[in-house]
Design a protein around this ligand. Structure first.
Ligand code: CO
Length: 412
């Protein structure tokens, strides 16, 4: 602890800020150009002509330009932070901006001391180190993940990020859970697994064995490198298409059992209270949803003319087949262009050319997945589920463009 705090003081004394400063740290006395002093904060102007000034050395671990400022934003309670989807391109969410929801802070885990235990109704219980886990054959797959509370009581969110930021999409690398379970030897009569994290909340969820043996990953990689601590470093469960909460982070234990364990996160939380007073439980799959990310709430169009409407669509049940856009408040719907690749259980980027005449309009998108499931309007969701429910919120989202070009949340 002492070493750590004195390093911390040296770090602060060296004048290093938060932006890419760790590399220079305490030994900044050498003659090489100091990347930190050469990378001033965004308040300082860049050279008028960058061809007349030698550039700075590249940093061993890349950072974005000092002029790029987009951030995850914390929820009002500070227990989650949303992705700035309105500011991102393509379908991959940078690891640094992937949404996160933590329940007792982000644990600090030494991967050399971390173990994954697989036990319960198995013939050969396993205790795996990270090195042992990484010796198994692995796979990489691009999947979205969405908190099932995304949009929860946030109908009034001003921006895409505030209203729907608890969804992201990344490439995940790991070992098929089915392989590890086969290695352990699942016994007759087993029907579920219980997954437990090593955070201070000991996040615990029950998962049917059929899903566990299908496409679940024990993931240690994200976008080509190790998981970020907020995403479960050194290892997490990834349950494709199912609510984010079940993708247990900082995974330390999988117990094979015969029935669900009725943990807090599947009884008092992450259940859907219906109008008749009963609650839907184990609603795992995330429904089809789409969002226009440009133009969207909080943005301002400079004036009439051509714009490319663009957004994201996804479904927990497979690939997106169709996205329609309405530029007249929902009277006429036209097909948007789906950009390749259109992957199952991943973000699909859609685009739609639009000429704005300067009059007030409401822009909306509506997606259909490969099973024919269509994103509903809010009124239909409320009719089916009442007013008390909060999870699995996937209504068609409208953005109102006013005559002055400002864009507001039409659901607010
Ligand atoms: Co649910």
């Amino acid at each position: 602890m002492k070493t750590r705090s004195s390093n911390r003081r040296d770090f602060l004394k060296s004048g290093a800020g938060v932006g890419g400063a760790l590399l220079v740290g305490a030994d900044s006395g050498n003659a090489a150009p100091n990347p930190q002093s050469a990378q001033p904060d965004a308040a300082q102007p860049a050279p008028d002509d960058p061809t007349k000034v030698p550039g700075v050395p590249a940093r061993p671990y890349g950072e974005r330009s000092r002029f790029e400022r987009i951030l995850r934003t914390p929820s009002p309670q500070g227990t989650s932070s949303g992705t700035p989807l309105q500011d991102l391109t393509g379908i991959i969410t940078p690891s640094s901006l992937h949404f996160e929801r933590h329940h007792a802070g982000v644990p600090d885990i030494d991967p050399r001391r971390h173990r994954l235990l697989i036990h319960g109704m198995v013939d050969r219980p396993l205790i795996l180190t990270m090195d042992e886990l990484k010796r198994f054959p692995s796979v990489s797959r691009i999947y979205f993940m969405e908190c099932s509370g995304n949009g929860y009581r946030r109908k009034g969110g001003r921006t895409v990020q505030e209203a729907h930021g608890l969804v992201s999409c990344a490439e995940w690398t790991g070992v098929a859970l089915s392989l590890l379970l086969s290695e352990a030897g699942v016994q007759q009569g087993a029907g579920w697994i219980v997954a437990e994290g090593s955070d201070a909340a000991k996040m615990t969820r029950s998962i049917p064995l059929t899903k566990a043996m299908n496409d679940v990953l024990v993931a240690y990689g994200q976008n080509g490198e190790a998981l970020r601590p907020e995403q479960g470093y050194p290892v997490r469960l990834f349950v494709p298409g199912w609510e984010g909460n079940i993708c247990v982070k900082w995974l330390r234990r999988i117990k094979v059992v015969d029935q669900p364990y009725m943990t807090r996160e599947e009884t008092s939380k992450y259940t859907d209270l219906m109008p008749d007073g009963k609650a839907r439980q184990f609603t795992f799959e995330m429904d089809p949803k789409s969002l226009i990310t440009f133009p969207s709430g909080g943005q301002k169009l400079p004036g009439p003319g051509f714009y490319e409407i663009s957004g994201l669509a996804w479904s927990g049940r497979g690939a997106i087949r169709r996205v329609e856009v309405s530029v007249d408040g929902g009277r006429i719907w036209q097909d948007a262009r789906l950009q390749s690749p259109v992957l199952p259980i991943a973000f699909t980027r859609f685009r739609f050319g639009w000429k704005w005449d300067g009059a007030e309009v409401v822009l909306q998108s509506r997606c259909t997945d490969e099973h024919g499931d269509v994103q509903p309007v809010l009124e239909d969701l409320v009719r089916a589920r009442g007013e008390n429910w909060g999870y699995h919120f996937n209504p068609i989202q409208g953005w109102k463009v006013s005559a002055d070009g400002s864009v507001q949340n039409a659901l607010a």
